[in-house]
Write a protein that binds this ligand. Structure first.
Ligand code: ADP
Ligand code: MG
Length: 244
């Protein structure tokens, strides 16, 4: 579904430049649920934005569903995005002056779906998120977890094949984070490819496969299970110490 080969990306700021992606390869099959991990500033969002055709790359290649994705007009990029991709962000990116139903329905507005039809479909997605009774609530009347469920419903409403989520649990407490991850796992079980950027190992562990970005490249030796085991070991050690 997604095949990236030897991608490079450098940001230029005046006379300074920053080589962020230094030959990245990523291969994600349709129906996978994958996390992209890495420390802050390692280029996770840069990579996700390239996958989402929100940003361009300097060299290498990107194929989406077999089609080459290179330099293209914004109109064409928007067409590909609308057809293939739903986005979820850490800060929800809801429109503050529109209610939950209107936020969820927004992508259909841009597809010129009639108000009656888009509200009906939006109501179905709200219901699926357990938020049918919050349809008329404004974003500032909802919790972080509720806002993220609204954002997920909005990402799903145009029936994209891929969901790209950039730190979707970054603004949520642990319990709510795990609830949102359960929803994303349901989305994946319904057949959609799900790609989640995170820097939290316990979130990454809830996906099927972890891709680790380090120093601008993919670390192919990275083993999330070893990292998780080391974390648990460290906690055990601390406890023994306290008890001793
Ligand atoms: P991550 O998501 O892993 O925290 P990013 O992909 O956002 O990392 O950023 C990688 C590096 O590129 C950071 O050092 C960041 O400051 C820099 N960067 C990101 N976007 C831009 C931009 N538009 N212009 C200049 N530098 C940028
Ligand atoms: Mg980021």
């Amino acid at each position: 579904m997604i095949k990236v080969e030897n991608i490079h990306k450098t940001y230029h700021m005046g006379s300074n430049s920053l080589h962020v992606l230094k030959g990245v390869d990523v291969d994600i099959k349709e129906g996978e649920m994958v996390s992209i991990m890495g420390s802050s500033g390692s280029g996770k969002s840069t990579l996700l934005n390239i996958l989402g055709i929100l940003d361009t790359y300097d060299s290498g290649s990107y194929h989406l569903d077999g089609m080459p994705i290179g330099p293209m007009s914004e109109a064409k990029a928007a067409r590909y995005r609308n057809k293939y991709i739903g986005f979820v962000f850490q800060s929800f990116n809801l429109i503050t002056f529109k209610n939950a139903l209107e936020n969820v329905a927004l992508p259909l507005y841009y597809q010129n779906v009639s108000r009656r039809k888009r509200n009906r479909i939006a109501m179905e997605y709200l219901d699926r998120m357990g938020l049918a009774d919050h349809a008329m609530h404004m974003p500032n009347e909802m919790s972080g977890g509720q806002k993220q469920r609204i954002a997920i419903a909005r990402a799903l409403i145009a029936d994209p094949r891929i969901i790209l989520a950039d730190e979707p649990t970054g603004a949520l407490d642990t319990k709510t984070s795990y609830e949102v991850m359960e929803i994303l796992r349901d989305v994946n079980r319904s057949g959609k490819t799900v790609i989640i950027v995170t820097h939290e190992p316990d979130i990454a562990a809830r996906t099927g496969r972890v891709i680790r970005v380090r120093d601008g490249q993919i670390d192919h030796n990275y083993d999330i299970h070893a990292e998780m085991a080391a974390m648990v070991g460290a906690e055990d050690g601390q406890q023994t110490h306290t008890l001793g």
